[in-house]
Design a protein around this ligand. Structure first.
Ligand code: HAM
Length: 431
């Protein structure tokens, strides 16, 4: 019987090899930068009750209508793989009564799932890094989260990014605007693209996202959201802009920016790049003052963002090759008793903080030495039967070809000796 070979599911991928170094680098930068701003990491479950997302993200959104991985478990519960991180974090803070304990700042990172048509930069399983701040309506909170996003991207040295900013107003502003937009568009309904025709009744603001030139033509003369902001939302928007300017963050106002999730109020923003083709958004977020209450908590203002890590990795890869961390010692061994010795020496060297690999191939010494070269190890420890007897071990420095003799065990346990040897060798810090 033959069977088709097993492959990763469509829209998912394995992350390994030199790419994983970029992920580790991203994660480390995030930890450092968010840690310095005193954000606490939170890890919420990968699946949640379906209702959390349908109520949180909005029944009229593409995510809820078309993109959720929803299933019934053996206990007949409807569950959904999280399509984003915000709703789960809100659920968690409500459940653990953390929202009456002053301002809460958290960050998270993990896999999200959306049933989308896969293409470059768009997957069905992807990873987000996100932050959420609860309990402050102060425009400084909006500025703080945007500045942190920017700080993080600066640390990655990514060029060509734009911070696009808008205000989607308070719910009553949006209602008035939505009514005006529908009134304007209704006479053109037949000329809109099919998706926009559906959105006209379900989620009119999202028509701004349409890629159809005909629809965009019609929108040219449509009423714009900023003209409908109430005075409170307008004042908030101005203070956010003043804060960004004071911190030296350049932004572009984009009155067409409407986000794909329904929970936003006032500030909405995206960080875009020209280097990723159609999937231009590396991150997005905004304020969502109504979500906590909509999910059953006491009314709590909140603001946050999430970035797509795959998209950041692609941008880092475009910047150039990743330097792999060099191996410090490669231990080759052949002959009676060398196996145990190789284990002992590797343990001693690793305990001193060195990166050490033992050759487990049992192949000819020459072949093992070639592998040490190929891996770019700094030094090679060479073990044969004679060395087991004499306890004098050759260590070869591959850059110079110089070989020295080190006694076992004392010489290998001598931290100072190795530190001096390595002091002159430059070590890569990361990409
Ligand atoms: P979002 O705009 O839906 O916002 O997603 C944030 C980012 O996740 C996007 O800008 C993109 O980089 C990445 N992303 C989304 N879908 C995919 C995909 N299929 N493949 C690869 N990357 C993708 C949110 O999810 C909100 N929860 C952000 C937020 C947090 N707002 C407030 N707090």
């Amino acid at each position: 019987m033959t069977s088709a070979s097993l492959q990763a599911s469509r829209g998912t991928r394995d992350i390994w090899g030199s790419e994983i170094l970029l992920w580790q680098f991203l994660e480390q930068q995030a930890r450092d930068i968010l840690g310095r701003a005193n954000y606490q990491e939170i890890r919420t479950p990968i699946f949640e009750a379906t209702e959390l997302f349908s109520r949180g993200i909005g029944e009229g959104t593409d995510i809820v209508n078309k993109e959720m991985y929803t299933f019934t478990d053996r206990g007949d519960r409807s569950l959904t793989l999280r399509p984003e991180g915000t709703a789960g974090v809100v659920r968690s803070l409500i459940e653990h009564k953390r929202l009456n304990q002053g301002v809460q700042r958290c960050w998270y990172q993990g896999a999200m799932f959306r049933y989308e048509r896969p293409q470059a930069g768009r997957q069905r399983q992807f990873h987000q890094l996100g932050v959420e701040v609860f309990g402050s309506a102060d425009p400084r909170a909006d500025v703080e989260v945007m500045a942190l996003a920017w700080e993080f991207l600066q640390a990655l040295s990514l060029p060509g990014l734009t911070l696009e900013l808008n205000s989607v107003g308070d719910p009553e502003d949006r209602q008035r605007y939505q009514a005006a937009l529908v009134e304007y568009l209704t006479p053109y309904a037949q000329a809109l693209d099919p998706d926009s025709q559906v959105r006209l009744t379900k989620n009119p603001l999202r028509i701004w996202d349409s890629k159809s030139p005909a629809t965009q033509d019609i929108l040219t003369a449509a009423p714009r959201l900023p003209a409908y902001l109430g005075s409170a939302a307008q004042a908030h928007f101005e203070q956010v802009q003043a804060g960004l300017t004071a911190l030296g963050l350049t932004y572009t106002l984009n009155p067409r920016l409407v986000r794909g999730l329904d929970y936003y109020t006032r500030t909405a923003f995206e960080i875009t790049t020209t280097d990723l083709g159609a999937q231009a958004a590396v991150g997005g977020g905004g304020r969502y003052d109504g979500l906590v209450q909509a999910l059953g908590g006491t009314p709590t203002p909140a603001v946050g963002w999430a970035m797509g890590l795959e998209r950041l990795v692609v941008l880092l890869q475009k910047q150039g090759e990743t330097p792999a961390p060099r191996l410090d010692f490669y231990i080759v061994a052949q002959g009676e008793g060398t196996g145990i010795l190789s284990l002992q020496i590797s343990q001693m060297l690793r305990r001193q903080g060195f990166r050490v690999e033992i050759d487990l191939s049992n192949s000819a010494l020459g072949k093992q030495l070639k592998r040490a070269d190929k891996l770019g190890s700094h030094a090679c420890v060479i073990l044969g039967e004679n060395e087991v007897q004499s306890q004098q071990i050759p260590v070869k420095w591959l850059a110079t070809g110089v070989q020295e003799w080190v006694d076992f065990p004392a010489g290998f346990a001598d931290d100072e000796r190795w530190r001096q040897k390595f002091a002159a060798i430059p070590r890569p810090k990361g990409p």
